[in-house]
Ligand binder design. Structure first.
Ligand code: CDP
Length: 240
């Protein structure tokens, strides 16, 4: 049996212990990446932001001027696209055909188109392949929409996150402001509504809670409290 320390905030990787995989799914802007990154740092694991990969592909097509509503045009280009995530110091860098697009992919025009592009089965198949390869050896915390259901159905720990809508809008506005991106409450709210709808209703890999995921509403918790909760939950879950 896997041994973990699950006492006071002390879930941590043990030397020589098998590395597990952790899947975090949920709605836009409810703090998945903050929690995933925090857990990965605490465990010495790799954080994988699957949404950044979908965003990078979206950025590519916006730059090229491809009609996002033309699946054939997008399919035809897929083999020319190489997406990678690389850790540089404390940062996770998103590379699209070798170019660092980490900042560009957070733009509102990318947010507006990403969910539509992400419905394309061929694109999903390509990115899921890459995501699975990164998780092959364990030691990964990956966040997204289909991680617990499709990318890593065998993940040792699955968390499905949500938060009250207004809280999500406020959090995303603060995040964008920190990046120097201006957006009104209504613009952000409309974008989240739009993406929630497409992500939850698409045919391939819709956003939904895996049966064995724990539901976590973090509306009233600080970042520190969320991390404490997740570390304790991981401790409990692994000894079940
Ligand atoms: O940061 P936020 O939660 O707003 O979004 P994200 O994780 O960067 O993901 C952007 C978009 O990519 C989502 O709204 C989905 O349309 C798509 N996505 C997906 O389809 N599957 C994933 N595993 C991750 C993201």
């Amino acid at each position: 049996m896997m041994i973990i320390r699950s006492g006071k905030n002390s879930f941590a990787a043990m030397p020589g212990e098998k590395k597990i995989n952790i899947a975090i799914d949920g709605y836009s802007a409810c703090g998945k990446s903050t929690l995933a990154r925090g857990l990965a740092d605490a465990l010495g694991y790799l954080y994988i932001d699957s949404g950044a990969m979908y965003r990078a592909v979206t950025w590519y097509f916006i730059e090229k001027g491809t009609d996002i509503g033309d699946p054939a045009g997008i399919r035809a280009e897929l083999d020319r696209i190489d997406v990678r995530l690389e850790r540089r110091g404390n940062e996770l860098i998103t590379l699209l055909n070798g170019r660092d697009v980490s900042e560009e992919i957070r733009r509102m025009d990318v947010s507006e188109k990403v969910s539509e592009i992400s419905t394309l089965p061929e694109l999903r198949a390509k990115l899921v392949r890459l995501q699975r390869a990164m998780a092959e050896k364990g030691g990964v915390v990956m966040d997204g929409r289909d991680i617990g259901t499709v990318v890593m159905p065998g993940a040792d720990i699955k968390i499905f996150m949500t938060a009250d809508f207004e809280v999500r809008v406020q959090r995303r506005m603060a995040e964008l402001k920190g990046k120097g991106i201006e957006a009104t409450f209504e613009e952000v709210a409309e974008n989240l509504r739009h993406r929630d709808h497409i992500d939850s209703s698409r045919k391939v890999s819709p956003l939904k809670k895996a049966e064995d995921a724990v539901l976590f509403n973090n509306s009233e918790l600080t970042r520190g409290q969320q991390l404490t909760w997740a570390r304790n939950w991981a401790g409990v879950r692994l000894t079940m």
